[in-house]
Write a protein that binds this ligand. Sequence first.
Ligand SMILES: [Zn+2]
Length: 318
Amino acid sequence: MPMNRVQFQPGLSMREFLSLYGTDELCEAALIARRWPRGFECPRCGACQARTSFNRQGRRYWQCAGCQYQCSVLSGTLFEASKLPLTSWFLAMQLLTQSKNNVSCLELKRHLGVSYRSAWLLKHKILEGMRLAEADRQLTGRVEIDDAYLGGERSGGKAGRGSENKIPFVAAVQTTEDGLAHLVCLSPRRFTNKAMEDFLARHTALPLTVVSDGLNCFLVATSAGAVHDREITGGGKASVLNEKFKAVNTIIGNVKTALTGTYHAVKFAKYAYRYLAEVQFRFNRRYDMRAILGSLLSALVHAPRRPERGIRVAELRR
Ligand SMILES: [Zn+2]
């Protein structure tokens, strides 16, 4: 069997991770470098000069020379108000980025030695950072699009399209010319014309060739300026076996493998948009497993602060 270059590439080993981020000081320095690569910038007024900097409770603070605002590198970000040490945040980020499948809150709780509630909140803040990093993802060129459902299979019984209690999501995959998956976009939404127009406007760019099956809402691709390569398969097994949809079917399979067994069904529906973003974030960075943690750090340190209440809110259905 040929070696898979993506699967066998060296990631960030635990030994390297500890030498880079094993102490609070190292973690803080990494965040400063990501947030202010050209030096301090006041999050309130944008001034680039600090009047002074000082230590308070083991954390470095700056006082802005313009508006006198005092802040640390965590102020105004997703890290703000967290009671967990930075080393726990970094360890959670390492686990969530280096694992192939999604890591459950229970696993995280065990690895970090924290309460379930702390693990849940930490994980969802990190997932929120991943979601924001992928929020403006755009696909172009040849894009396979399909409707997919979490919690149900596509053949047999009351499954697939029209089934109840399933979470519908759009799976779109930008491929190379010979049909290999390159980038993905996974978006929970209903399959109406309006929802699909919205998806295409936000997540695709011309030139665009949409490869889809017969589902009517995909017809809006033409009015969005795309070439529509439509193959009516009737859904189900015929569609799954069609070579034309190989990339998107592989991705849908990966999503199900990554998510099955990691989450309880009820809570899953509420936060599906974040779990899908987690799969998408990792997939779109799979070529460079050593850089993925740095990419997540940048996302988190630029993500605005969200109190626990905001993190617990489900996304509005589209
Ligand atoms: Zn200021």
